[in-house]
Design a protein around this ligand. Structure first.
Ligand code: ACO
Length: 336
């Protein structure tokens, strides 16, 4: 038997119907469309407003679309992994809830948390599972309901985030020169003070005090995070290009995590890549954390061609960061 490669054979996605515009945010906090567009590049974001619905709802919608599009028999799925920072519950895992709703009979499910880097870390883990020869079909879902931890009284963070989910089917193939090639991933470990949620975990469980002091919201020191994001993503892309002897001309697409258009432009400049090779949809979705990369794939799938050299890169709380090299395996939105 030849070497087993792990290839994406389809993409599904979901964003909630409700659109939160810059105009509406300007009525909630002291901000403006002009500030948000020039400093961050976001026009609108989708928000899951229905009570009682969480991340698993969006993950399930994305996975359902994926199963329908690919025509995969759900009974042949070996594993389902959800990467999220906003699970439905502390436990059980969001993946177990999604698996139950989808009715997968022969699969196991777990969550993997790596903040905004979740999708590229999880894709790498799932690819290793497939390359080992033990598993053939894995659904990887990046999903986040960021509105559940954003303080809509804090103008410095509430304009940044949105909700959504993207899913890919990863399958085993013996075809050569396709799929996940390799990656350069690192965790800095010094990011805690700059990006975190103070309460709700085991260090500071929920209490009247934590609620009264508004400690259940995302805290970010934007300027520091910005600096680290540009340096790390830029260097990670350069490293992965070096590992694979890729020149700027060899790269067809860079699909970055999308937190701020200025970060993406600065990363691109650092690496020397033109912006027309970079897939960006932050204007419509905002930062959906683990969902930004699969949602970009969802939007861009129709433009991808078999053999395209794709680089994914991301940066997030922790600080977690990395880049991976992927060779696209099919033409356009048609699956297989
Ligand atoms: N509207 C108007 N003014 C604002 C707003 C707003 N929404 N937010 C901040 N300001 C003001 C500030 O109060 C400040 O005013 P001052 O100069 O009078 O003090 C001024 O704008 C500049 O503030 P900065 O924080 O320096 O603004 P900056 O240009 O750095 O943009 C931002 C802030 C968008 C947060 C940027 O720093 C950023 O994108 N950081 C990185 C985000 C990121 O990559 N996160 C990682 C992934 S997220 C995850 O892992 C969950």
């Amino acid at each position: 038997m030849g070497k087993i490669n792990a290839v994406i054979t389809g993409v599904g996605g979901y964003v909630p119907d409700y659109v939160l515009t810059n105009e509406e945010l300007s009525r909630m906090v002291d901000t403006s469309d002009e500030w948000i567009m020039t400093r961050v590049g976001i026009k609108e974001r989708h928000i899951l407003t229905e009570e009682g619905l969480g991340t698993s709802y969006m993950a399930r919608k994305a996975a359902k679309e994926l199963i329908k599009k690919t025509g995969v028999d759900p009974d042949t799925i070996d594993a389902l992994i959800v990467t999220t920072t906003t699970p439905d519950y502390k436990f059980p895992s969001t993946a177990s809830i999604v698996l139950g709703k989808l009715g997968l009979k022969n699969a196991f499910a777990f969550d993997l948390e790596a903040a905004c880097c979740g999708f590229i870390y999880t894709l790498d883990v799932a690819a290793s599972m497939i390359q080992s020869g033990r598993f053939k079909k894995i659904i990887v879902i990046g999903a986040d309901k960021m509105s559940s931890l954003v303080d809509y009284q804090d103008r410095s963070t509430c304009v940044l985030f949105g909700d959504g989910a993207g899913a890919v089917l990863l399958e085993a193939t013996e075809e050569e020169n396709v799929g996940v090639v390799n990656s350069y991933m690192r965790t800095d470990g010094k990011g805690l003070p700059f990006l975190h949620m103070k309460a709700g975990g085991s260090i500071c469980p929920p209490s009247k005090f934590t609620v009264d002091h508004r400690l259940h919201y995302l805290h970010q020191e934007g300027r520091t995070v910005f600096r680290y994001a540009v340096t790390n993503m830029g260097d990670d892309v350069t490293e992965v290009m070096k590992m694979n002897n890729l020149t700027v001309d060899d790269v067809n697409w860079v699909i970055p995590h999308e937190a701020n258009l200025r970060i993406i432009e600065a990363v691109t400049k650092r690496v020397g890549l033109p912006m027309d090779k970079v897939v960006v949809n932050i204007e419509r979705y905002g930062n959906t954390s683990a969902a930004t990369i699969p949602l970009a794939l969802w939007d861009h799938e129709k433009n991808l061609k078999k053999g395209d050299n794709v680089i994914f890169t991301a940066f997030g709380a922790g600080f977690v960061h990395g880049a991976s090299f992927y060779k696209w395996a099919y033409d356009g939105a048609a699956v297989k």
